[in-house]
Write a protein that binds this ligand. Structure first.
Ligand code: C2E
Ligand code: MG
Ligand code: MG
Ligand code: MG
Length: 288
């Protein structure tokens, strides 16, 4: 009986696996077409000084816009793009597009802050990365200080020697470097300090419950204090309430990003916000 059940179970699992496999293949095929059909877009989310409310940066976040108007979030397709290698051409497009847009805002005189671009491990290990970045800068004319590369902790720690070398070259180009989703990986701050990093972004999962969970509050506060000791700037991700912002201010967190200020905006809406900001300076005021 047990054997019989085992066989049934095995069959059940095989069925589930092959279904998921064919779904992935189908998604991969549609993603390939999406790249060719230019269905990818960048949204931009403001990053704001916790004390003054001024815009200090923004992050470019990719979206896949389907012909029917619906949107596939990056968590649904970036992992697949990473596995099949499509992330390299997609990532190159993201770099070019973010630089082009940022340079347009700069020339209109409405942005004086850097744009953050997310990089995957697969891109980071690709030997063409630096050439891709240089081409994006040259093509757009964007000064390198206006480009901020966001790298995850696991990417940075995966191969420390390779990382150190590539980051040093990025720094030599004049780019800004941020560690994304900080706290979810396993690096120590002192180790990170050996890389030429400018900024830590505290992962949303630590920020979510700082108002109600003393442990989370202690972790966030500790990350902020230690980062400052190491002369790194700190940004809190996923800030949704005034109560969270009040704590972050008290702990002297430099900046935040989150729905409290703004969701990620399509480029044309970001343009409107930037034009408004030229007059008012403060994102919080401009949004009311
Ligand atoms: P991430 O880089 O950590 O980006 C922050 C994510 O948090 C974004 O999700 C953003 O929309 C979301 N977020 C911002 N504020 C809040 C908030 O107050 N509450 C909540 N619940 N969420 C908030 P998104 O746009 O879905 O992106 C998810 C992830 O996909 C990103 O996480 C990043 O790891 C990846 N990703 C996005 N664009 C790219 C890209 O161009 N290249 C690569 N390699 N990865 C990307
Ligand atoms: Mg990011
Ligand atoms: Mg993040
Ligand atoms: Mg993330």
């Amino acid at each position: 009986l047990a054997k019989e059940r085992g066989r049934n179970q095995a069959r059940f699992f095989d069925h589930g696996l092959s279904r998921r496999y064919s779904e992935r293949l189908e998604l991969e095929g549609r993603l390939r077409q999406a790249v060719e059909a230019r269905q990818l877009a960048l949204y931009y989310q403001p990053q704001v000084d916790t004390l003054s409310g001024e815009l200090i940066g923004m992050e470019a976040l990719i979206r896949w816009c389907q012909p029917d108007g619906s949107m596939v979030p990056p968590d649904k397709f970036i992992p697949i793009a990473e596995e099949c290698g499509l992330i390299v051409p997609i990532g190159a497009w993201v770099l070019r597009e973010a630089c082009r847009q940022q340079q347009a805002w700069l020339q209109e005189g409405i942005s004086r802050v850097p744009v953050g671009v997310n990089l995957s491990a697969r891109q980071f290990d690709d030997t063409t990365l630096l050439a891709t970045i240089q081409a994006a800068l040259a093509e757009s004319g964007l000064p390198p200080a206006y480009l901020d590369l966001e790298l995850t902790e696991s990417l940075v720690m995966g191969n420390p020697e390779h990382t150190r070398q590539v980051l040093a070259e990025c720094k030599q180009l004049g780019l800004q470097l941020s560690v994304d989703d900080f706290g979810t990986g396993y690096s120590s701050l002192s180790y990170l300090k050996r890389f030429p990093i400018d900024r830590l972004k505290i992962d949303r999962s630590f920020i979510a419950d700082i108002v109600t969970e003393p442990d989370d509050a202690a972790i966030a506060q500790t990350i902020i204090a230690m980062a400052h000791t190491l002369r790194l700037e700190v940004i809190a991700e996923g800030v949704e309430t005034e109560a969270q912002l009040a704590l972050l201010r008290r702990w002297r967190c430099d900046a935040y990003q989150g729905y409290l200020c703004s969701r990620p905006l399509p480029a044309d809406e970001m343009t409107k916000l930037l034009r408004q900001l030229r007059a008012t300076r403060q994102v919080a005021l401009a949004n009311i």
